[in-house]
Design a protein around this ligand. Structure first.
Ligand code: ADP
Ligand code: TRP
Length: 323
């Protein structure tokens, strides 16, 4: 039985990129009988950027509701909120003392964030150590992540190896699972869709808001009558990620034929999202309108996660002479 573990920060509302790039593939992995999955919401990590408690709680509920709406089985697996298993903070201190300063100073994600953000705090700098703790505290074997997280997984393995070298085989060395075939979902402006670029599509918005948002997708100024190049258009790219091959072929023909405007394509994309995710949108709303239900789902996993965390932390404390 392999233990799969991954986390998503609650730094914003889940978007189409998170769903297609992370949540759906992780749920597919969890459905394999040979796996046991630990999926969590990294709300401690989101404190590096989100200081408003209410917003963080809302985001946590939104991310949790997205996992639940896409059918994550919380009975078979372990679904929890990072902050409710505080053993991770204790381990964080221990592993800070095994993490070389230059390793953190060379992290791409820190360099990137410290260039962009006004609040460059120490949490942002030590972020990879907390992430290593998320993984090592649960004896995870496999960690499915996006390409941007590859370096963090290498650091996790380095920290664990250093510790094991000094104290014996305390930690399991996790393997990153980076699916190179997972597409990068473009945002409204054609760049990578990301919470930090303000270009997201939130498929759980109300019909009206969703339609308005899809109409914001940037397109060129080719007139309605003229043929259009589907391969250079963001609406077409998004439609292609969701539609059947027949639907894609039809839209391609429409673009090339002329007398088909970007407005038509946006309307088709909107209708496809409403139709394809009808069930998920309904379940998401049921959860969002009943936060107690989300809390109940999370509480189930928090107990299961804490049981594992306590055992592993005990192992670490014994090795360090603290227990
Ligand atoms: P964001 O860039 O919006 O802050 P995160 O860094 O929180 O997203 O990413 C959470 C997960 O979603 C990661 O596994 C990441 O690889 C995946 N993901 C984020 N944006 C996209 C995208 N545009 N296309 C595909 N996957 C994405
Ligand atoms: N850093 C990850 C991201 O931004 C989120 C994360 C936190 C994570 N802890 C983790 C992912 C542990 C995998 C395993 O996407």
């Amino acid at each position: 039985m392999a233990r799969i573990l991954t986390g998503i920060q609650s730094s914003g509302k889940p978007h189409l990129g998170n769903l297609l790039g992370a949540i759906q593939p992780a749920i597919a992995l969890s459905e394999n009988e040979a796996n046991e999955s630990f999926f969590f919401i990294a709300d401690l990590h989101s404190l590096t950027t989100i200081k408003d408690p209410q917003i963080r709680v809302e985001n946590t509920h939104a991310v949790a509701a997205a996992w639940l709406a896409f059918g994550f089985d919380t009975e078979k697996n372990t679904f929890y909120r990072q902050s409710r298993v505080p053993q991770v903070c204790e381990l964080n201190w221990y592993l800070n003392c095994y993490t070389p300063f230059p390793m953190l100073a060379n992290a791409h994600s820190f360099k990137d964030k410290s260039d962009r953000l006004a609040d460059v705090n120490a949490g942002l700098f030590t972020y990879p150590v907390l992430m290593a703790c998320d993984i090592l505290l649960y004896d995870a074997d496999i960690v499915p992540v996006g390409k941007d997280q590859k370096q963090h997984l290498e650091m996790t393995r380095d920290i664990a190896s250093t510790f094991n070298h000094k104290h014996g085989d305390i930690f399991i060395l996790p393997e990153a699972q980076i699916d190179e075939t997972v597409m990068t979902v473009p945002g409204l402006d054609g760049q990578k869709m990301s919470k930090s670029y303000g270009n997201i599509i939130d498929i759980f918005q109300s019909d009206k808001e969703l339609k308005k948002n899809i109409n914001r997708i940037v397109s060129d100024s080719t007139p309605l009558e003229a043929p259009k190049n589907p391969d250079e258009d963001t609406t077409f790219a998004l439609y292609s990620l969701l539609a059947t091959p027949e639907q894609v072929a039809t839209m391609r023909k429409n673009y090339l034929g002329g007398n088909y405007g970007y407005g038509h394509a946006k309307k088709a994309l909107y209708e496809l999202i409403i139709d394809k995710f009808a069930k998920e949108r309904q379940v998401y709303n049921e959860y969002i309108n009943d936060p107690d239900l989300i809390e109940k789902e999370l509480a189930k996993g928090e107990e299961k996660a804490a049981a594992v965390a306590k055992k592993v932390l005990e192992r670490v404390k014994k090795a360090l002479g603290f227990a």
